[in-house]
Design a protein around this ligand. Structure first.
Ligand SMILES: Nc1ncnc2c1ncn2[C@@H]1O[C@H](COP(=O)(O)OP(=O)(O)O)[C@@H](O)[C@H]1O
Ligand SMILES: [Mg+2]
Length: 398
């Protein structure tokens, strides 16, 4: 697939831009702070309903504006779809597909698929488990958009159950009536297990499908290094479920649900004592291994970068295997990579249907990619600085 037009209104440093894009490789060139990453962040938002840089939408809305608009025309196997998002300050966001409002913004998921590799990705290797859970969940959702609903149900149940654990725990300690809370808690255990098992089953399936790609991607980037592998980590699942080579079965969901219910029952006293939910996919992690050592803590800077890149490239291969190339977005990453890793990344980028690249200078981008340059500038002072696309430096065709 590819993005044919991108329209922004009051998104970050862009007050308005209407971009025509082609398949193939485009590089946004410009000095730091000119608004290049903001462009790929906007495209990424349409594909994940979130930013890779911030967890709330407020920073995305241009300073002084009430709302932001992001729109794109997406061409997938000759078929065009228009998708629009409106991010509102202080009220719910809204979305449209082909100019018709949809009931829930998450209905747009799946129309635009992206894989973004960015400097922030070092946190995939070195950061908290939440970074890796997000990686898994975004990729699961790209494969199966209805999982967005499961994730949001799970998050809601988790919040409500955690609040209940806190009040029930307090009451247990003060020995006042707690029977009502405890039976309500049983109901929430059931909901948590139902949604949790569905999410868990998809994550396990993803790790199973991803791990051969990951191993291969890492080898192509860092052939001299030890073998990279991934494995799902969970404190409450029997070990056989964590083996990435195990073929997921359709009946897994029910089994996982039963496991969560029984583990919740066991954990109940500790949960009441601590007031937190101790069992469920929100506690899990993706283990990244180099040889027999965990990448986190053991991998060098270069190896960590290679691992992060391998995770993104394997995500790209996996989505590509579903029939259409996701849009590959490479944010300021070539300059960070040594020659071998640049070449490996360029090899994938050369075959992707559309690649959006950001770089400070053309020399940062491998020449063999023959990327079409678009120069990004800013005008204005301080908070009023506004990004623009300058005339194309030297329009090329490929
Ligand atoms: N909500 C916002 N309103 C106005 N400007 C913003 C907003 N968020 C970020 N910016 C500006 O965007 C610029 C950074 O853009 P970015 O795309 O990250 O630059 P780069 O070209 O280095 O990738 C900064 O100048 C920052 O002040
Ligand atoms: Mg940038």
């Amino acid at each position: 697939m590819y993005v044919r037009t991108l329209t922004l209104r009051d998104f970050r440093s862009w007050d308005q831009v209407d971009l025509e894009l082609s398949p193939g490789r485009t590089v946004f060139l410009g000095a730091n702070g000119n608004g290049k990453t903001n462009l790929v962040e906007a495209v990424g938002y349409l594909s994940t309903l979130g930013s890779h840089r911030v967890s709330s939408d407020t920073p995305l809305i241009r300073l002084g504006a009430q709302r932001s608009r992001i729109g794109a025309t997406v061409v997938n196997a000759g078929r065009e779809l228009r998708v629009d998002m409106e991010l509102n300050q202080g009220s719910a966001n809204r979305a449209q597909i082909n100019r018709s409002p949809v009931r829930r913004t998450r209905e747009i998921l799946g129309i635009l698929q992206t894989v973004l590799f960015a400097p922030e990705d070092l946190a995939l290797v070195r950061g908290d488990p939440s970074e890796r859970r997000r990686f898994l969940d975004e990729l699961c959702t790209a494969r199966l958009p209805r999982l967005a609903g499961v994730r949001s149900d799970y998050d809601r149940v988790l919040r409500q159950r955690s609040a209940l654990l806190k009040t029930a725990g307090r009451q247990a300690r003060s020995r006042s009536g707690q029977a009502a809370e405890l039976s309500t808690l049983d109901v929430w255990d059931g909901h948590l297990a139902t949604h949790g098992a569905e999410l868990l089953a998809q994550r396990l399936r993803l790790v199973h499908d991803l791990y051969p790609h990951l191993e291969q991607s890492y080898r192509s980037i860092a052939p001299e290094s030890r073998t990279a592998s991934i494995r799902y980590r969970s404190g409450y699942l029997p070990p056989e479920y964590l083996d990435p080579a195990r073929d997921p079965q359709p009946e897994d969901v029910e089994v996982l649900e039963a496991i969560i219910v029984s583990e919740l029952a066991q954990a109940r006293p500790k949960e009441l004592e601590r007031g937190v939910c101790l069992v469920g996919p929100h506690r899990d992690d993706l283990e990244l291994m180099l040889g027999s050592a965990p990448a986190k803590g053991f991998a060098s800077h270069g190896e960590s970068w290679s691992f992060a890149l391998a995770l993104r490239l394997s995500a790209f291969e996996l989505l590509r295997g579903m029939g259409t190339d996701p849009i590959l977005m490479l944010d300021d990453v070539f300059a960070e990579l040594d020659r071998r890793r640049r070449t490996a990344l360029a090899a994938v980028a050369a075959t992707a249907e559309q690649v959006l690249i950001t770089a400070a200078v053309p020399e940062d981008v491998p020449a063999e990619l023959e990327a079409t340059p678009l120069r990004v500038e800013t005008t204005g002072e301080a908070d009023e600085r506004t990004s623009h696309i300058a005339d194309q430096v030297s329009p090329t065709t490929s």
